[in-house]
Design a protein around this ligand. Structure first.
Ligand SMILES: NC(=O)c1ccc[n+]([C@@H]2O[C@H](COP(=O)([O-])OP(=O)(O)OC[C@H]3O[C@@H](n4cnc5c(N)ncnc54)[C@H](O)[C@@H]3O)[C@@H](O)[C@H]2O)c1
Length: 357
């Protein structure tokens, strides 16, 4: 069986999970974590020790030299496009962190190139892999909701995310590009319906006061083809003392049913005298287990989403076609739809008008 060689570009806070997800598949599949490209020399040194594979500062050189089958991209939100275009134009299958791109034009260009070159393009919209959401999707497919009427989604980060973790690049992103895109994709996927118009408001107070030029919060009202109206509250200024890094959940109401999902408080809390306050645990996203070898293994829906790309590569390797995989994963076209509505949200904030898509 042909070895499937994957290169990871951008091994920062989240790219590290791409590396683990692919490495963990090596012993039981044709997947091989072949190479890494990372700009930061300090990170490169640490990665060298941990992964023992070629590490490049220049992703173009990595693509040139490594005889890859695919790459995965976990660079900052606004730095996906150039890398994606080069990889696709070199005939490589592609996994991209969300959002596909921070412009609809860029996302369309990437998506079209993948289609024209007959390559797999998958976007990391991991909300589709959360088992709670999978069950809700199945209830929807049993027609339990009737006609969707309205709904509400929230995804909110603690302030440490834009202020401390990503202060170098948050001004190129926003609570919609970084957070909102997850639930926009989830609603499109759950309802099987696309957004048709959007009206949004946003505020810049807290982060602006800290010298960081991005929105604190964005509220968007999106109307879908099926006439459902869903509102999305997204922010990244929750106090440091909040009970988890991210507060998230949604409600969805149809003529025949309602679902309420709290994805932050899933029923497990902890509180210790050595820590600051109460913590809620959404452990299903990502956690580690010990294997019989003694090695730690990452599992959870955050890992499933990444590994699904590699599994799709294995399917292609075994003779399946892109057409047969169609609809089973978050595609480039799905990434484009989300970027289109995310961009329209920002246009609506700036213009004060409802934007028809
Ligand atoms: N799916 C999720 O749950 C999830 C969670 C967090 C972040 N993300 C997404 O992952 C992406 C990365 O976020 P992060 O938190 O890891 O950011 P980060 O800033 O920690 O890491 C980005 C890394 O990319 C590297 N990089 C940038 N340009 C490069 C290039 N040309 N070649 C090689 N390396 C390059 C940087 O040096 C940095 O180490 C973002 O798009 C973000 O939205 C997804």
């Amino acid at each position: 069986m042909k070895t499937i060689r994957i290169g990871v570009i951008g091994a920062g806070r989240f790219g590290i999970y791409h590396l683990h997800a692919f490495r963990q598949m090596e012993s039981k599949s044709a997947i091989q974590l072949a190479a890494i490209s990372e700009l930061d020399p300090v990170k490169r040194k640490l990665l060298e020790l941990e992964f023992n594979i070629p590490i490049y500062s220049d992703y173009k050189e990595m693509i040139e030299k490594e005889d890859l089958t695919a790459v995965s991209i976990a660079t900052q939100d606004h730095l996906h496009k150039d890398v994606a275009i080069l990889a696709l134009s070199k005939g490589l299958h592609l996994f991209v962190e969300k959002p596909l791109d921070v412009s609809s034009e860029g996302a369309r260009e990437i998506s079209d190139l993948a289609k024209n070159n007959n390559l797999l393009l998958q976007v990391d919209f991991h909300k589709r892999y959360d088992p709670y959401h999978i069950e809700i999707k199945q209830l929807i497919e049993q027609n339990k909701f009737g006609n969707f009427l309205y709904g509400y989604c929230h995804m909110e980060d603690k302030i440490i995310v834009p202020r401390d973790w990503f202060k170098d690049w948050v001004s190129h992103s926003s609570p919609i590009w970084f957070l909102g895109c997850h639930f926009i994709d989830l609603m499109i996927w759950l309802m099987g319906s696309k957004p048709v118009s959007v009206y949004a408001k946003g505020q810049k107070i807290k982060l602006k006061g800290l010298g960081i030029d991005t929105f604190d919060a964005i509220q968007s009202m999106i109307t879908f083809e099926n006439n459902a109206v869903i509102t999305f509250d997204n922010s990244w200024i929750l106090p440091e003392q909040f009970s988890s890094i991210v507060n998230q959940g949604f409600r969805l109401i149809g003529t025949e049913g309602i679902i309420e999902a709290d994805s932050e408080n899933r029923g497990t809390l902890s509180c210790f005298s050595s820590e600051n306050g109460v913590r809620n645990h959404n452990s299903g996203f990502m956690y580690t287990i010990k294997e019989s070898s003694g090695n730690e293994k990452y599992v959870g829906y955050g890992i499933d989403s990444i590994q699904h790309f590699a599994k799709n590569l294995c399917s292609l390797n075994n003779g399946e076609t892109l057409e047969s995989l169609n609809g089973t994963y978050p595609s480039g076209r799905d990434g484009y739809e989300v970027s289109k509505v995310s961009e329209a949200i920002h246009i609506s904030i700036n213009s004060g008008k409802e934007i028809v898509l």
